[in-house]
Design a protein around this ligand. Structure first.
Ligand SMILES: CC(C)(COP(=O)(O)OP(=O)(O)OC[C@H]1O[C@@H](n2cnc3c(N)ncnc32)[C@H](O)[C@@H]1OP(=O)(O)O)[C@@H](O)C(=O)NCCC(=O)NCCS
Length: 249
């Protein structure tokens, strides 16, 4: 690679109200001067921060990000499941909670519940832990991401519904991999996420030989859920933000 193409992340930029770009990790193997030049161009086009993900063995790239005052805002662990090779795990039902599988979620009140949960759940991600990005932006970003998944992008969305109130209290979305899993705060610790992911496994088993899920290294409850459902942690990567005003000063 000799040219660096920094792509604007339109979706994130719109929700955070900040120009956010994606820096291809391979470009960080180039000389510092070349990377700085590309960042300067991006800055002139309205990009204020670039994100990139590096694995621990990318020593040269990590040093270069350090020279640009980049910082790690989360450490992501990818877990893998071979759904056709591992036997399905059957969990007992949870009293008062029904589990439903949808191609697309269409009921307005379910969509509103997904937006609410999605917009408050993902507080270990790099878009939350970087304090220069607004919390309103974070809520709007993950709320919209969750709704886009459930109504459009996902191949399958599994919902957990409180049978008494009729309210959706948890969801998981599956693209080719498990994308998002969230449970309403006051419903956590009852095994709901485990049931949601276990149900997603049925779709995965019929549609893919290998499934992945990413989670922050400190998200112990998510790890517990994925491991109970047969996922094994395999890869680790650091999520960096490089703020261009700091990098180029
Ligand atoms: C992660 C999340 C989905 C779990 O939902 P949940 O319904 O509470 O999960 P479950 O009850 O099925 O299982 C939670 C497991 O985590 C374990 N756990 C909770 N805190 C833990 C900790 N600090 N260390 C280790 N295990 C922990 C529980 O003991 C339980 O395992 P067990 O049933 O074997 O005892 C929920 O906390 C959430 O919505 N978090 C915010 C969104 C998120 O982080 N999503 C996942 C990343 S994509």
């Amino acid at each position: 690679m000799s040219e660096i193409f920094i792509q604007k992340d339109g979706f994130a930029s719109e929700h955070f109200g900040v120009g956010i770009g994606k820096l291809p990790p391979a470009s960080l193997s180039l000389d510092l001067a070349v990377v700085r030049e590309a960042l300067l161009k991006a800055q002139n086009l309205g990009i204020e921060v670039v994100t990139t993900r590096l694995i621990p063995s990318q020593i040269k790239e990590i040093d270069l990000v350090d020279a640009l005052r980049g910082q790690v805002f989360d450490t992501l662990i990818t877990s893998t499941l071979y759904p056709t090779k591992k036997p399905e795990i059957v969990f007992s039902p949870i009293e008062g909670i029904s589990i439903e599988s949808h191609d697309k979620v269409i009921a307005e009140e379910d969509i509103a519940a997904i937006r609410r949960m999605g917009g408050t759940a993902f507080n270990l991600t790099h878009f939350y832990t970087d304090s220069r990005l607004s919390k309103d932006g974070w809520r709007s970003f993950y709320g919209a991401w969750s709704v886009n998944d459930a109504t459009n992008r996902a191949k399958q969305t599994v919902l957990a519904r409180d049978e008494k109130s009729g309210e959706v209290v948890g969801f998981t979305t599956t693209l080719g991999m498990v994308d998002l899993v969230a449970v309403a705060e006051n419903s956590r610790g009852r095994g709901i996420a485990t049931r949601l992911v276990a149900d997603s496994r049925k779709w995965l088993a019929g549609n893919t030989d290998i499934a992945t899920v990413g989670t922050e290294s400190v998200n112990f409850s998510a790890f517990a859920v994925y491991q109970k459902c047969g996922f094994i942690p395999r890869d680790i990567a650091y999520s960096y933000h490089i703020w261009l005003d700091e990098a180029l000063r």
